[in-house]
Design a protein around this ligand. Structure first.
Ligand SMILES: [Zn+2]
Length: 476
């Protein structure tokens, strides 16, 4: 029997606000444990939460960027459960009336755009962090993270392959980073993902029983864990068994998932509207103001790079995945209006350099204007394309400008015909057999002569001039 996987993702994005969602405590990462807490986020009796306006503003940005309908009135709800990292005994989240619903993002998968519906976006507070020490009979709790604002973005189960799930996750990460609302760091947990996975016989329309996968803290793990889960469920069904609804924890080191607990249902949480918080009313003016301030999003920018700069779709996708990289490209392009040349240099040597150093574009040792200046030297014929790569490496290592490096190291291209004349004469004198063979009809030897001249000039000869001279001299 053939099966079709059905995948939906729940993404938690930690918002980059200065303070927590219901109190004024700092959200800065890395402080000593329990130093960024107050009676509100410690859940002490008698305190009242006050909603952080910037959290709403950020949630609105995401809602509008993903085509959601924003609710005129939404409500915070208490999600009740006990855990030592949750001192109140409930998490303030949203349930029946989330801030936004019914959105859509188009995800590039295999050269086509896959529409993925967004079911809902809601705001909530994060819990604290537990550390278990295997050598001691106790665990530690750090409540600095308690009350840090999150948005949860729930997709409809519109994804059918692990690769599509990975592409959707990348697309959402790109969007939250363009919007400046979340740093999108999976490894540090500020962008987290749970996957609901089920399978059904191909052609069926109902949904199979799903398992929820947790702890997917890298793009690689997300795809691998989903792949593994699809295989596990197939085996269960083909053995005549039934998939149980449960939460499974991905163990990256072992490359498999383990059952964590039976999956809870919403009614287990006894959700009810939080009586400490007023209904959230958002007027049309606020929504329109946020909409008018949205930046150009990755999808639109990619399309513009293809239409306006004539770039291949692949180049446009790579260059627009990060807002800062797209900005860099456009700054460079402004100084050197040759889109494909700039794209080749940014995607090739520059990204290669950044990956090797493990740094982002914002820390590039070569500013956009300096790269443009290097490309201008090639364009003018002042240096050869081959020398340009040497100069590029030198720029990266020393931080000096291209022109200064070319001057200091005598790398300028030799275009002077009389100088190259002598080199060509010399090469021909040293290789009489090849000259005779060429004149006898072995036209392929032209490449050999060009190579010899290049060698003799340390790659600095202007290839166009060299070809002209060789053509003339080898004629007879
Ligand atoms: Zn606090």
């Amino acid at each position: 029997m053939e099966f079709e996987p059905v995948i939906g993702l729940e993404i938690h994005a930690q918002l980059k606000t200065d303070t927590k969602i219901f109190c004024g405590c700092s959200t800065a990462f890395g402080a000593a444990p329990n130093t960024q807490t107050c009676p509100v986020c410690l859940g002490l009796p008698g305190v009242l939460p006050v909603l952080n306006r910037t959290v709403v503003e950020f949630a609105l940005r995401m809602a509008l960027a993903t085509g959601c309908t924003v609710a005129r009135e939404s409500r915070f709800a208490r999600k009740n459960y006990f855990y030592p990292d949750l001192p109140k005994g409930y998490q303030i989240s949203m349930y029946e009336l989330p801030i936004a619903e019914h959105g859509r993002v188009d995800v590039p998968v295999d050269g086509a755009l896959l529409p993925v519906r967004i079911r809902r976006i809601h705001m909530e507070e994060d819990a604290g962090k537990l550390t278990h020490d295997p050598d001691r009979p106790f665990s530690r709790v750090d409540l600095n993270r308690a009350g840090v604002p999150l948005i949860e973005i729930v997709s409809e189960p519109d994804l059918h392959t692990p690769a599509a799930a990975g592409a959707y996750l990348r697309q959402l990460r790109s969007i939250v980073r363009y919007l400046g609302i979340c740093d999108g760091n999976l490894e540090e947990g500020s962008f987290r993902c749970d996957a609901n996975v089920s399978i059904r016989p191909r052609g069926a329309t109902g949904l199979g029983t799903r398992a929820e996968l947790k702890n997917l803290n890298s793009f690689r793990f997300v795809e691998r864990a989903i792949e593994h889960e699809i295989g596990r469920q197939k085996e269960v069904l083909l053995d005549g068994g039934a998939v149980t609804q449960e939460t499974r924890l991905w163990d990256a080191a072992a490359g498999r998932s383990v059952s964590m607990r039976g999956k809870e249902e919403a009614h287990d949480y006894r959700y009810f509207p939080d009586p400490d918080l007023l209904p959230l009313v958002i007027d049309a003016g606020w929504i329109e103001r946020v909409r008018s301030e949205l930046p150009e999003l990755p999808d639109a920018r990619r399309k513009r790079f293809v239409a306006a700069h004539g770039l291949p779709d692949y180049d446009a996708g790579v260059l627009t995945a990060e807002r800062e990289l797209a900005d860099y490209f456009e700054r460079c392009l402004k100084a050197h209006p040759q889109p494909k040349t700039v794209s080749n240099w940014v995607m090739g040597p520059l990204l290669g350099l950044l990956n090797a150093e493990g740094i982002g574009i914002e820390r590039s040792p070569i500013p956009a204007a300096e790269l443009a200046a290097l490309l201008a030297l090639v364009e003018r014929g002042a240096i050869s394309a081959k020398t340009a790569k040497t100069v590029f490496d030198e720029m990266a290592a020393t931080g000096r400008a291209a022109e200064a490096i070319v001057r200091a190291q005598g790398l300028a291209q030799i275009s002077d015909a009389s100088a190259l004349d002598r080199v060509v004469d010399d090469v021909m004198a040293r290789n009489p057999a090849e000259v005779a063979a060429y004149r006898g009809g072995k036209a392929k030897l032209m490449g050999f002569f060009v190579g010899e001249v290049m060698k003799a000039t340390r790659g600095q000869a202007n290839p166009k001039t060299v070809n002209e001279i060789l053509n003339k001299k080898l004629q007879f």
